[in-house]
Design a binder for this molecule. Structure first.
Ligand SMILES: [Zn+2]
Length: 318
C-alpha cells in the first residue's frame, strides 16, 4: 500500500514509499519502507538518533575498558583475512589508506603489518583506544561525517559494514569521494537486501538504518561522483562488496529513479517466507558451520601471550 515517508529518500528525494515490514529482528516495532521510485529501503522513522546510539556505546566503553576475548579476536582476524583477500589486487604497491569504522582494529593491523600507510577512524572510544594501544594504529576517534582529513589524499578507502548504519549515506559517499586521490578506489561492503540466507525475521533490525541492493548502491555512488568498477558477492549472497572509481564530477542527472527496482526487491523480501527458508538447506548449513567453528576456535586460541600475538600468527605468510 502506498504511503508517505517522514524524510525524503536519501537517493532520489521521493516521499512515495510502501511499507515492507513493521517488525525488527528483536520483535520490537520497526517500520521499514521502500522508495517506490528507486528501491532504497530504510527505517522510517529512524528507531534512534543515530549519533546518540553510538554515544551510548561510548559511555559503556568508558565504564568497562574494552578488552576483547581471544575467541572474538580470532573471528575478527579471520574476517580481516577475508577482507584482505578481496582487496589484495589493489595492494601491489604501498598504499595510503583510510579505513572507516575500524572497530577492534584487526583489519587495520593486518594492512599496517603489510607496510601500507593506514589511517583509521572509529566512533567508539573503547574500540579506538584499545586498538591504537594494542596495535599501534594511527586512529581518529569520531564519525567520518565530521572527520578532519585532507582532500585528495588517499589511494584506497575501505568502509566495511558502516554505510548502512549512517543517517545520511549519500553525504558519507560524497565525503569519501572528496578524500580520494584522482585515481583512488573506494571499497564499500554492505549487507545485500536481496539475500535470503538469513531467516526472514532477521531481515530488518534497528542498527541498520538503510538497506541496499546492487542497483541502489551503484546509483547512489553515481550521484556522489563515483563509478562502479567491479562488485563481489559473498558465497551465501549475504554481503556485497562494491569497488568505485572517482569520476571527475558528481553526476548531473536530476532523476534518480530506478525502473522496477522497488517491485523487484519487494517480491524477493515478501517471497522469503519462513516455510521456504526452513525447507531449504541454508539454516542447517549455517548450524553445522557454527558447530565446527566453535570446535576449531577452542583449539586455535590456545597458547598465545596476547591478542596481538594471536593475530601475528593468523596473518603469518601473507
Ligand atoms: Zn528513492
Amino acid at each position: 500500500m502506498s504511503e508517505t515517508s517522514s524524510t525524503p529518500c536519501n537517493l532520489c528525494g521521493s516521499n512515495h514509499v510502501a511499507v515492507l515490514s513493521m517488525r525488527s529482528r528483536s520483535g520490537a516495532e520497526l517500520r521499514t519502507v521502500i522508495c517506490q521510485h528507486c528501491g532504497l529501503v530504510w527505517s522510517d522513522p529512524f528507531p534512534h538518533d543515530p549519533r546518540h546510539f553510538y554515544e551510548e556505546d561510548y559511555r559503556l566503553a568508558y565504564k568497562n575498558t574494552y578488552a576483547p576475548k581471544a575467541k572474538h579476536i580470532l573471528r575478527a582476524g579471520r574476517v580481516a583475512l577475508d577482507r584482505h583477500k578481496k582487496i589484495k589486487h589493489l595492494l601491489e604497491k604501498p598504499q595510503t589508506m583510510l579505513d572507516v569504522g575500524t572497530g577492534g582494529g584487526e583489519f587495520a593491523y593486518l594492512i599496517k603489518s603489510l607496510g601500507h600507510d593506514l589511517q583509521g577512524i572509529e566512533p567508539n572510544k573503547g574500540y579506538g583506544e584499545y586498538s591504537a594501544a594494542a596495535y599501534g594504529l594511527n586512529l581518529q576517534i569520531g564519525f567520518i561525517q565530521d572527520a578532519d582529513l585532507a582532500e585528495n589524499s588517499f589511494d584506497l578507502i575501505t568502509i566495511w559494514h558502516v554505510l548502512e548504519h549512517t543517517e545520511d549515506p549519500f553525504f558519507v559517499l560524497n565525503k569519501l569521494r572528496s578524500l580520494l586521490k584522482a585515481d583512488g578506489i573506494l571499497v564499500v561492503e554492505v549487507p545485500n537486501i536481496e539475500a535470503t540466507c538469513q531467516s526472514p525475521i532477521s531481515t530488518f533490525h534497528e542498527a541498520h538504518l538503510y538497506n541496499f541492493n546492487l542497483a541502489t548502491l551503484k546509483k547512489m555512488g553515481e550521484k556522489a561522483g563515483l563509478l562502479l568498477d567491479n562488485q563481489l558477492f559473498s558465497e551465501d549472497g549475504g554481503n556485497m562488496t562494491l569497488f568505485f572509481k572517482k569520476s571527475p564530477q558528481a553526476d548531473q542527472a536530476s532523476d534518480w529513479a530506478i525502473a522496477d527496482n522497488a517491485a523487484h526487491i519487494t517480491s524477493i523480501v515478501q517471497g522469503h517466507t519462513n516455510l521456504k527458508h526452513y525447507l531449504g538447506a541454508a539454516p542447517y548449513l549455517r548450524f553445522i558451520k557454527r558447530m565446527s567453528r566453535s570446535l576449531f576456535e577452542k583449539q586455535a586460541i590456545k597458547g598465545f601471550a596476547d591478542n596481538k600475538s594471536l593475530l601475528d600468527h593468523l596473518y603469518r605468510g601473507l
